[in-house]
Ligand binder design. Structure first.
Ligand code: GDP
Ligand code: K
Ligand code: MG
Length: 281
């Protein structure tokens, strides 16, 4: 049978290790603790004639370059190139969890979302039309409860579909960052294309976004390419332009645009339980 390499990516405490343990039969530590080392656990299991090699990556809120965890996850994604990423979300904290999802979309990785803590969502009485969000972002979403194993078999069935390129929902999308940022992305991307000679596997849109955000690691990577001076110059000009037009620094503008995208998406798909809201104040 075939082997599918899967990486678990999500915020701290969203249930990655519980999912990992349930799927692989491992007994890794679950719950709140601050690990001293940043590392990843690996496990293997079989389902539906496939072998899954899964990696439980450190929890992160973002894929910028500010913490060892963020860098570790990012390097794993670009260097190991897992076949499919399982993006684990805490369904009771969608707005914050979807920030990382936006960055996975930027990186253009093939992913399936585990809508974990689904029990807490049901208990809350809040309504979430996750299938609609799924179509919107072109990514399958499967409800799971890692603690009990609910949904995990279905989750890996979707991973197989995505791996085999048979999933009906999968669609390549972009976060629309708005006119000003999109223009900057287009300009930098164009210059990377002309000068960079970047590996095909690396999304040029992703590199452009990261450069415009001032990401030091991506800048160091670009500096290894022929034509890097022209690329960095184009970046600098576009950052200046963005900051003049939006009156905020470029990195903040990207962060705000992501949260804008998320709140727009949730406005269309998520409804707070009004009764509970009214009585809890
Ligand atoms: P990680 O930090 O992402 O690896 O998350 P863990 O697997 O360590 O889980 C964090 C906490 O959430 C633990 O107390 C788990 O028992 C709990 N947990 C994990 N999955 C679920 C779930 O689907 N529902 C509920 N209610 N709790 C969960
Ligand atoms: K919890
Ligand atoms: Mg964990």
């Amino acid at each position: 049978g075939k082997t599918i390499n899967v990486a678990l990516v999500g915020n701290p405490n969203c249930g990655k290790t519980s999912l990992f343990n349930f799927a692989s039969g491992a007994h890794e530590h679950v719950g709140n603790y601050s690990g001293v080392t940043v590392d990843a656990k690996e496990g293997t299991f079989q389902q539906d004639g496939y072998t899954f090699r899964i990696v439980d990556l450190p929890g992160t809120y973002s894929l910028s370059a500010y913490t060892p965890e963020e860098l570790y996850v990012r390097r794993h994604l670009s260097e190991e190139q897992p076949d499919v990423v399982i993006n684990v979300l805490d369904a009771s904290n969608l707005e914050r969890n979807l920030y990382l999802t936006c960055q996975l979309i930027d990186m253009d990785v093939r992913s399936v979302i585990a809508l974990n803590m689904y029990d807490e969502l049901e208990r809350s009485g809040n309504k979430f039309d996750y299938e609609s969000l799924s179509r919107m972002i072109g990514t399958p979403i499967v409800p799971t409860i890692s603690r009990t194993g609910f949904g995990i078999e279905d989750l890996f069935k979707r991973v197989i579909k995505v791996y085999e390129e048979e999933d009906p929902v999968i669609r390549h999308i972009h976060i629309n960052y708005g006119e000003v940022l999109e223009k900057g992305i287009t300009n930098v991307r164009h210059v990377i294309k002309q000068n960079g000679n970047v590996a095909k596997s690396l999304s040029k849109r992703y590199l452009s976004i990261k450069l415009l955000e001032g990401d030091p690691e991506i800048e160091r990577f670009i500096q290894t390419l022929p034509g890097s001076e022209t690329i960095i110059e184009e970046r600098d000009q576009n950052v200046t332009q963005i900051e003049e037009l939006l009156l905020e620094d470029s990195e903040t503008a990207f962060t705000n645009a992501r949260y804008g995208f998320i709140s727009g998406a949730l406005r269309e798909t998520y409804e707070q339980n009004k009764i509970k809201e009214a009585t809890s104040t």
